[in-house]
Every structure is written in structure tokens, then in C-alpha cells.
Design a protein around this ligand. Structure first.
Ligand SMILES: O=C(O)COP(=O)(O)O
Length: 226
């Protein structure tokens, strides 16, 4: 039988990474003689990948747009060395991943964070063994909300039924464009009211994800035989 596939977003879904992203942004700004931006401001800049994070910081400060590449490289080097100083999985994540693995799910990650820090973080937090596929923001030609990452993972992991678990408007749009049901984690970094999003179900603690995923799988149309 085809194994069901559960694909997770990373930042604001599996891990609460905003404190380390904020700290690295503060060090970047301080190095350029600028005041740090508030935590909530930086958290609202997460979700479309690091190049967009840097664009948003440039737009909010006096940083020079012509030096974006330099800021990007400096951020990635610094963040790479400190990505798990303050970053942890959300409560219940490990228990949920253990349960899904026992249930026979294929598990994967589709994030806009670049692949190198993504793999380093998964390893440092002892999460990497759970995932049979990882797509980062620079793994494919297009990143979320382009559906390519979800489509690629589904093909790689055996074409089973997919549920995507994420926290943001970017994730909701990605799922919609890929044609897969979206389970919304309500404690992440979403920038818009949930009423603006398309989602099949929402949960606020990882202990509640398993029943939601089984409900969504049961609601999926059975593929035609033959
Ligand atoms: O914007 C980022 O760098 C990553 O965000 P994501 O893990 O929520 O896709």
C-alpha cells in the first residue's frame, strides 16, 4: 500500500526559530551602525526566504540596497554559526514525529530557509533522522508559494496521499497551488488573519495534529483503480 506523506514547513511550524533569526539580524544591523529592529518586526519578515528577509530589512532601515549581496552573505555566515542558540522544536513535535513514524508515514520538510542551515538545524536538534526528504529555499528553481517543493517530495516519496503542515499565508498558498490539504499550526508566524487563508483544519498543539491528519486523509477522494 502507498504510504501517506506528511510534509512540514520548518520556521514557525516544527521549530520556533524567530529568536535566533532576530539575533542574527540585530548583529547584522549593529555591524552596519544601525539600530536593531524589534522582535515582532523581524518575525513578520520570516517566511519567504532569506533574500526576501534581507530585502525587508533594507526597506525598513537605512541599509544600502546596492550592498544586498554582502548583507546576505554576512547574515548567512553568522546565522549558520548560531542557528540553534535559541531555537527549539515546539512542544509535542518530537512525540508527534515519533507517532507518525510508527504509523508508517513518510515525513518530509519543505521550507524557504536555505538547504544548508536547514540540514544543520535538523541535525543539531536531532530531528534529521525523521525526514526522508528535505527541500530548502534554494533546493529547486522556485520556492514556496510555488508548489514545486511539495510536488517534488510527493514524487520522491512514492506518490502517496499528502498533507502539508505549516503556519503561514505562504504555506497555505503553496498547499492550495499543489492541490493538497493544509493543516494550519496556529501558534507560528502567520502575518494575515486566518480568515484570509484556505486550510483544511487547524491545530494549536502538536498533540492535536495526529487526529487532524487522520481526519484529512479519511476525507480524501480514493484514487480510481485500473
Ligand atoms: O523564510 C524563511 O527563511 C523560512 O521560512 P519557512 O521555514 O516558514 O518556509
Amino acid at each position: 500500500m502507498t504510504r501517506p506523506i506528511l510534509i512540514f514547513d520548518l520556521d514557525g511550524t516544527l521549530i520556533d526559530s524567530a529568536p535566533d533569526i532576530h539575533a542574527a539580524c540585530a548583529r547584522l544591523l549593529e555591524g552596519e551602525g544601525e539600530q536593531p529592529l524589534a522582535f515582532e518586526v523581524i518575525r513578520s519578515f520570516i517566511g519567504n526566504g532569506v533574500p526576501v528577509l534581507i530585502d525587508r530589512i533594507i526597506a525598513a532601515t537605512a541599509l544600502d540596497p546596492a550592498r544586498k549581496d554582502r548583507y546576505l552573505a554576512a547574515f548567512l555566515e553568522d546565522y549558520g554559526a548560531h542557528a540553534t542558540d535559541l531555537t527549539f522544536p515546539y512542544p509535542g513535535v518530537i512525540e508527534a514525529l515519533d507517532a507518525f513514524r510508527k504509523d508508517g508515514f513518510s515525513l518530509a520538510v519543505c521550507t524557504n530557509k536555505p538547504e544548508a542551515p536547514t540540514l544543520a538545524i535538523l541535525s543539531a536538534l536531532q530531528l534529521e533522522g525523521y525526514f526522508e526528504g528535505v527541500v530548502g529555499g534554494d533546493t529547486l528553481a522556485d520556492r514556496k508559494p510555488d508548489p514545486a517543493g511539495l510536488i517534488h517530495l510527493r514524487q520522491r516519496l512514492g506518490h502517496g496521499p499528502v498533507v502539508f503542515v505549516g503556519d503561514s499565508e505562504v504555506d497555505a498558498e503553496t498547499a492550495l497551488r499543489a492541490g493538497v490539504p493544509f493543516a494550519l499550526f496556529s501558534q507560528g508566524y502567520c502575518k494575515v488573519p486566518f480568515s484570509d487563508l484556505t486550510f483544511a483544519g487547524q491545530f494549536q498543539h502538536f498533540a492535536d495534529l495526529r487526529p487532524l491528519v487522520f481526519k484529512l486523509l479519511a476525507e480524501m477522494p480514493v484514487p480510481a483503480r485500473g
